[in-house]
Every structure is written in structure tokens, then in C-alpha cells.
Design a protein around this ligand. Structure first.
Ligand SMILES: CC(C)(COP(=O)(O)OP(=O)(O)OC[C@H]1O[C@@H](n2cnc3c(N)ncnc32)[C@H](O)[C@@H]1OP(=O)(O)O)[C@@H](O)C(=O)NCCC(=O)NCCS
Length: 173
């Protein structure tokens, strides 16, 4: 197993990332295929569902990546935007903004997500790493807590009744 940083996805890795992303589409709230892109803020106003998250994937591919690979094949990925200007609780921070993380189902539970975050902490030039998820994503939130992210902002019912958007930030020492 390798954890590698890839500033620009290679063509082969892009194909493998696409396969993992498309298979996970329905696990996201809302589904990625109902979003215009990776940083969209109006998460309730969804366009009609496309069958696959084509637009989301194209935007994501312009970002930087940390990949988990086995024999050079991608089994999990984290995409992020370096030097992203994020406003949380009225304050502006420049951060590495993690837009998407997926681990292929058969490789979950092996701490690959933790390892990809650790890689990002070690190679980012930003003072902060930030991400957002939905309040019911207990798996991701458990990992963020474990890695010393703090809850920076909650947008109540942003994704439907009882489903908040939660922003998490971690300072890089
Ligand atoms: C969330 C996700 C990326 C986690 O990947 P993973 O590599 O299996 O996570 P890890 O193995 O690094 O998990 C580390 C810890 O989180 C816990 N965890 C992971 N997924 C969990 C879940 N669904 N529910 C509860 N705990 C979970 C693990 O038990 C482990 O806990 P421990 O260290 O206390 O034993 C993966 O489940 C996934 O791809 N989900 C679909 C997409 C998604 O939700 N992405 C995040 C939103 S952008």
C-alpha cells in the first residue's frame, strides 16, 4: 500500500479515481451527480439528477490529490484545492480545502483515510487544512475528531431537515 501526493492526476489514475467516485455517488448527501461542483454552497437547490457525476468529476480533476494505491492502482483518494480562500464564521482563512474523499468499499476500515490526511498535513504549504461534510456522516466526523480538526461552523438544515453542513478546520503546526 502506498500513499502518494499527485499535484496533477495522471491519465491512468484519473480513470481509476473516476470509477471509485461514480460508484460512491449515492453515498453522498446530496448525491454528487446533483451538484454543480465541489464547492457549491446551495446544497438544497439541486438540479435534476444526472445519472453520473460527470460535471463534479471534471471540476475535481483540476484539483490536487493524495492517492492510496496498491501496485500503482488507486483504491482511495482525497482531492483538495491548495491556497483556497474559505470564509468560516465570518473569518477568512487560506487553506488546503479537501473537497472529496472516497475509499473503495473493499478497502475501507484500513485507516487509509487517516493516512491520506496525514500525507496532506505533511506536504501542504498552507497553515490550515479544512473540509466540510454533512452532520450524519459519522464515519468521516469520527476521523476528523481523531485527527484534531475542530468544528468551525454548522449550517443548520443545509442539506434537508435535520441534516446540517459542518465545516472542520485543522491548524498545521
Ligand atoms: C468516510 C470514508 C472515506 C472512510 O474511509 P476509511 O479509509 O474506511 O476510514 P478509516 O479506515 O481511515 O477510518 C478510521 C476510523 O474511522 C472509523 N470509521 C470509518 N468509517 C466509519 C463509519 N462509516 N462509521 C463509523 N466509524 C467509521 C473507523 O472505525 C476508524 O476508527 P478507529 O480508528 O477509532 O478504529 C469511507 O467510508 C468512504 O469512502 N465513504 C463514502 C464517501 C464519504 O462519505 N466521504 C467523506 C465525505 S467527503
Amino acid at each position: 500500500m502506498n500513499i502518494v501526493h499527485e499535484e496533477k492526476l495522471s491519465r491512468q489514475h484519473a480513470k481509476e479515481v473516476q470509477e471509485i467516485l461514480y460508484a460512491a455517488d449515492g453515498e453522498f448527501v446530496p448525491a454528487l451527480s446533483a451538484r454543480e461542483g465541489t464547492t457549491q454552497t446551495n446544497l438544497q437547490e439541486q438540479a435534476a439528477l444526472a445519472s453520473e457525476p460527470v460535471e463534479y468529476f471534471e471540476k475535481m480533476c483540476q484539483q490536487a490529490f493524495v492517492l492510496a494505491t496498491i501496485e500503482h492502482r488507486v483504491v482511495g483518494f482525497l482531492s483538495y484545492i491548495p491556497k483556497h480562500a474559505l470564509t468560516v464564521c465570518g473569518a477568512d482563512i487560506a487553506c488546503s480545502y479537501v473537497s472529496t474523499i472516497v475509499v473503495a468499499p473493499e478497502y475501507r476500515g484500513r485507516h487509509l483515510t487517516e493516512a491520506m490526511y496525514e500525507k496532506l498535513f505533511s506536504c501542504t504549504e498552507d497553515a490550515y487544512v479544512a473540509t466540510r461534510t454533512w452532520s450524519e456522516n459519522h464515519g468521516h466526523i469520527h476521523i476528523l475528531d481523531k485527527l484534531n480538526f475542530y468544528l468551525a461552523e454548522t449550517i443548520k438544515d443545509d442539506r434537508g431537515a435535520g441534516i446540517d453542513t459542518v465545516y472542520y478546520v485543522r491548524e498545521i503546526a
